[in-house]
Design a protein around this ligand. Structure first.
Ligand SMILES: [Zn+2]
Length: 127
């Protein structure tokens, strides 16, 4: 019994697909979603990394200027990037323990958390 790479369900019947490495999926829909995820990952992962880099530079600016607004902006940028580009999977081994659905959900929830937290902090500056 193998877990579906996309939805994470255990299935007796599974189909092996090849997207760089081989993965198991439970149905045609999951196969299509998995292939789409890897295609989007290939196209947009670099954008996630660029936004993470921009957020990192913003934190460094915050440290050197002693202005917290840059650190809060970094959180806002990082959160937004995680929501728009939920492609943090560095290697295929990650997908043996976590399904793509779980990874995307976790990314987006983390992104929402960072955005809400940064907005709260940004408003606390003016009070
Ligand atoms: Zn599935």
């Amino acid at each position: 019994m193998t877990k579906c790479t996309f939805c994470g369900k255990n299935n007796k019947e599974s189909h092996e697909i090849l997207v760089g490495s081989s993965f198991y999926v439970c149905c045609e829909s999951c196969k299509q979603n998995t292939e789409e995820y890897f295609e989007m990952d290939k196209k947009h992962k670099i954008k996630l990394y660029i936004f993470v880099f921009i957020a990192s530079v913003s934190i460094i600016v915050s440290v050197f200027t002693s202005r917290m607004v840059f650190a809060y902006a970094a959180q806002l940028i990082f959160g937004g990037a995680l929501i728009i580009f939920p492609y943090p999977v560095i290697n295929s081994a990650t997908l043996t323990t976590h399904s793509i659905k779980t990874v995307k959900l976790f990314c987006r929830l983390l992104g929402v958390f960072f955005i809400i937290w940064s907005i709260i902090l940004l408003f606390s500056i003016n009070i």
